[in-house]
Design a protein around this ligand. Sequence first.
Ligand code: 5GP
Ligand code: MN
Length: 318
Amino acid sequence: MIVLSELKTLLATPQQIVITTHHKPDGDAMGSSLGLYAFLIQKGHHVSVITPTDYPDFLHWMPNNSNVIVYTEAQEQAIQLVNEAKLIFCCDFNTLSRINELGEHIRNASGLKLMIDHHLDPEDFDDYRHWNINACAAAQLVYDFIVNELKEPELINKDVATCLYTGIMTDSGSFRFPSATSTVYRIGADLIDLGAEHWRIHQLVYDNASENRLRFLGHCLSNKLEILREFNTAIITATAEELQTYNIATGDTEGIVNYALSINGIKLAAFIIERPDRVKLSLRSTGDFPANEICKKYFNGGGHRNAAGGVSDKSLID
Ligand code: 5GP
Ligand code: MN
């Protein structure tokens, strides 16, 4: 482990830095990573953002998106960057299994590993940790890291503010989950003052769906929604064939689970999807019901109390 003063000393001179985030990155994964990127490049560092896989089109508008390296598309380049990096920031995840094959390269790399995360049960692979499960988003922790740890709020420019706002907005359900405290609203207001165009960001993320997604959503709600009243549970399943029929791309299925949770009396919603290699589950819950414990116990997964995920080797059909 290193302490903050050592990290500050390292960041005072230009370094080779890698920022990485979890498999199938979401708005917070990309927002925290690209926000940190836009901050660090102002300090003269050589920075690369590497994602383990591709991510939805509705996140491709973010500043510096064109510099992102997708591991599955540029493996050799990504491995070289990881091996040469002095510092490796791990944003929005805390176990190396969340970044697939890239995880072992990072475990074996000589660079210092710095975790910026808000999930439960961190794995012990890091050298520095800015971790808080009460944060609504990893992007909130990047903000906190810049403002309260490094004390460089003047480096939150429009690009940094835009990315961090995106992460906070997406992970807090547009500032509506219990995690969206008054502090989070104040941070949001600060980011707006610093250049984040909240209305435009919301539009780019949420009003930017493909026609396929909307038609697929209609199919899921009309034909695939099962309600188990006695368990206060709603389930939507989607087979590989259905995904193909609607030509569903990465990101098109995001948020569908929330429609199931919006039914009165429903406390647990599941969206279960047949991926080529395994069945993937997305769970959402309300109140104290721990979706993450179900994922941890039965589906080799985890997450937050009200938003969690996991996988199953069982068939979707049986
Ligand atoms: P989603 O349902 O949007 O894929 O994931 C919701 C949350 O659940 C994510 O932010 C992440 O914290 C967690 N999560 C999703 N899939 C997995 C998984 O396979 N393993 C673990 N540990 N967490 C997951
Ligand atoms: Mn997050």
